[in-house]
Design a protein around this ligand. Sequence first.
Ligand code: F6P
Length: 361
Amino acid sequence: MKKVVISTGGGDAPGLNAVIYAVVHACYRRGWEVYGSKSGYSGFLDLDDMIQLRPKDVEGIYSTGGTILGSTNKGNPFARPVLNLAGEVQIVDVSDKILKNFNRMGFDCHIAIGGDGSLQLAQKFAEKGMPVIGVPKTIDNDLEATDRTFGFDTAVSTATDALDKLHSTAKSHDRVMVVEVMGRDSGWIALYSGISGGADVILIPEIPFDMEKVNAKISDNELRDKHYSIVVVAEGAIEKGGKVFNKGAGELGREEVILGGVGEWVAQQIRHDTEKDTRSLVLGHLQRGGSPTTFDRLLALRFGTAAVRLVEQGIFGHMVALVDSKMGAVPIADAIRARKKVNLDSDKILTARNIGICLGD
Ligand code: F6P
């Protein structure tokens, strides 16, 4: 009999519940027990937040968005900011307490479902002696060592659907519509949705853009009797020689700045330079919501069961991964070494260029 604990950390992504479903069912078929830690590591600190998960607790959740365990992106247990009695912020390391409670509960393994930030924490716990298995999640698809993370396909579908809808209104008003999409420092969501959604311009962090090139594409559309344009901008896109747009640090304990603002800035430049009627919108957290697509659901279910097989084999400190379409396992350390960027030699970049999409260079 084994006792497994699951946590979901970082920004939520469609497919988290499918992983939980798969882990619970695969464990119960082996006669093991499963627990879930609420809001990342909260369950390890306050045992009221540690809940047992049986098949009846996860009935039907494979098709739902979000996570039944809750998630957080401001819960680094190695450097947790807390307000002391004087109202000052103090940084506290609660990782020893977490490890102690992990052992006290008699857990054999922690399955940590998360993106870059959560897997960095998982790696630190692995180094402290906790048997950990990572499951790669992020709508941004920016984790190394796996071809795909679940959540990405759903986010791309949502963004593509939004672009499809914008064509008719842009065309009716002869307008330029600028759509800012998520992705942090990688352009995967922008590139995939932009190509599939008929964008005229796609701006990604991997290719610093030149506004003159963007405006030239819009003017060229006019010359060709196309009086509207769709511009997709990744939130982390930067102008040549410019900086990433951000909205500041956000909530206490959050480790990354909140990105955003580049879409409206690009729209203002286009409006000014081309005199075209231009509007901008931010798709934002819509990209994180809703039911996972079939692809994400299946990938999440495959990841969840693969994680349980690793527990059975006693392979810890690894992350389940999709490598060349096959399920595998890679050291967590390899997945967090660097963020995965769009390869500029890839056929997707060529596809975009070949169908006349301007990439801002
Ligand atoms: O990493 C996923 C992501 O959705 C990014 O694309 C985005 O920049 C960030 O999370 C938003 O985080 P929050 O949930 O804190 O607004």
